[in-house]
Design a protein around this ligand. Structure first.
Ligand SMILES: C[S@@+](CC[C@H](N)C(=O)[O-])C[C@H]1O[C@@H](n2cnc3c(N)ncnc32)[C@H](O)[C@@H]1O
Length: 233
């Protein structure tokens, strides 16, 4: 089945992860402002953002529907998915923009670094509450638990298999647990086409009383994916 960014894997959603430097660019984040901020990363996947943000003083929680799985199961799964990306990326390189990563090797190196950090932090992080099982469109948190809520590479990207109702319910849920803002990236699907009902999402969120806005980001990997959706709550 097609999964994240044009890679063929055996599962519905690719389990990979990204690093803090990628999050900084794709969410246009000022990393210094993370200190002492309560942050939710959902879905967090096998990324190092949670560990790296915690190291910078953020009170951070990563949520993923795979976090009910033991470390050994996630390790196997993430190694399989990394292998699929590593095999396919060189021949698919022309489908992506390379200003940020420079080379295929650097993209894979960051992914590997993210995965290694995640795998070493996950066993302790689970018991310390840094990694929490949750499955959108519902989250196991009280209203306004987090000042900043980040969501990358699920909503809009998988618009071919997650329907409009799912998107709306999930985004409202992300807004419910946020006290300041939600940021979602990217706004395009796996085919790099803009999510076709983005205007409707924005209109409904504005009617709900939120402040949604499309914002340019200093990052492009999927062609044309240069914006995030920021929702002031
Ligand atoms: C491609 S990863 C994204 C990880 C990270 N945010 C990033 O940008 O690299 C997609 C993740 O979404 C998770 N996922 C899929 N559906 C979900 C849902 N309904 N609720 C929570 N997590 C979900 C998958 O388990 C997978 O880890």
């Amino acid at each position: 089945m097609e999964a994240d960014e044009k890679f063929t894997v055996d599962t519905e959603f690719l389990l990979t992860g990204r690093t803090l430097c990628e999050y900084r660019a794709m969410f246009d984040l000022e990393i210094e402002t993370l200190a002492d901020r309560t942050v939710l990363d959902c879905p967090s996947g096998a990324g190092s953002f949670v560990r790296e943000a915690a190291d910078r003083g953020a009170e951070i929680t990563g949520v993923d529907m795979l976090y009910d799985q033991p470390p050994a199961v996630l390790k196997r799964r993430v190694q399989d998915d990394f292998g699929a990306v590593a095999n396919q990326l060189p021949e698919k390189a022309d489908l992506f923009e390379w200003n940020f990563y420079g080379t295929v090797a650097h993209r894979l190196e960051l992914m590997e670094r993210a995965i290694e950090t995640f795998l070493s932090d996950y066993p302790t992080g689970r018991t310390e509450g840094r990694y929490v099982y949750g499955q959108l469109p519902t989250l196991p948190f009280a209203d306004e638990t987090f000042s900043l809520v980040l969501s990358a590479h699920l909503l809009f990207l998988y618009g071919d298999r997650l329907d409009f109702e799912f998107h709306l319910t999930a985004i409202r849920e992300l807004c419910r647990v946020a006290s300041e803002e939600v940021r979602i990236f990217p706004l395009v699907g796996l085919d790099t086409e803009p999510y076709d009902r983005l205007d409707a999402v924005i209109e409904i969120l504005a009617e709900d009383g939120y402040q949604p806005a499309r914002i340019d980001v200093p990052f492009e990997f999927q062609q044309g994916a240069t914006e995030l959706l920021r929702i002031g709550v």
